[in-house]
Design a protein around this ligand. Sequence first.
Ligand SMILES: Nc1nc2c(ncn2[C@@H]2O[C@H](COP(=O)(O)OP(=O)(O)OP(=O)(O)O)[C@@H](O)[C@H]2O)c(=O)[nH]1
Length: 234
Amino acid sequence: MTGEDTDLSGNDEEFDQRVDDLLSNPANADNSLLEDVRWLASAYCKLRRRVRKISLISDRQQTELMELNRYLQVVSRTDPLTGLLNRRGLIERFETELSRLSRSSTTLGVLMLDIDHFKRINDHYGHQLGDEVLVALAKLLQQRLRTYDHAARWGGEELLLLLPDTPRDGTEAVAQQILDEVRALRWNARDLTVTVSIGVTVAYGADSLDSCLKRADEALYHAKRQGRDRYALA
Ligand SMILES: Nc1nc2c(ncn2[C@@H]2O[C@H](COP(=O)(O)OP(=O)(O)OP(=O)(O)O)[C@@H](O)[C@H]2O)c(=O)[nH]1
């Protein structure tokens, strides 16, 4: 067969042009292979379209997969009732903050907060109001804290707050403000007053997660023992 060049590799436009040239060349008019070339060129075009479609789909699937992954990352670290971080989410943030501390001279305020007599609230006003109390406290904390603070539901009625770059007096001031703001909240059940107790500690340098949690827990225990609706320091 006569053609300037029988190498059909290269880009798509070039390929199409070469096939056209081959087919329209009068010297090839009687060539018995012409039909085969026409058929192959058409099959190749169809194949090309399919490959394009498949790669578009796989790009879209990849984007969807990445979005799903991001969503799962958030959901698996969020408490469904309050929208705060869950324990897993907070542990990750805590470890990041502690590793930052080990390379700086700043301090990290840690507050472990527990609703006082929550069992009585549930028993007296019902579990649904108990849930409402948890949601309202979470909202108060989210509004109260700075954007780079971290708030989590640590357990049933226990919340944990991390205040990066916050010294002891600043951490105590936040604890006192939270106590006052929670006490001032008003509820649909008018005779209900909710208070919290807070265990406060401050992490420095090479502090470990376990030791911070232990101190915050001990401090919380003291706050409860000393009469609740207060913070204690460890
Ligand atoms: N409504 C509701 N209650 C919960 C939830 N998680 C835990 N609780 C309840 O919280 C109560 C905690 O009770 P306790 O550990 O005895 O503590 P408390 O009554 O708050 O007493 P103090 O901590 O000593 O002041 C239990 O009755 C749990 O059932 C929740 O998601 N929603």
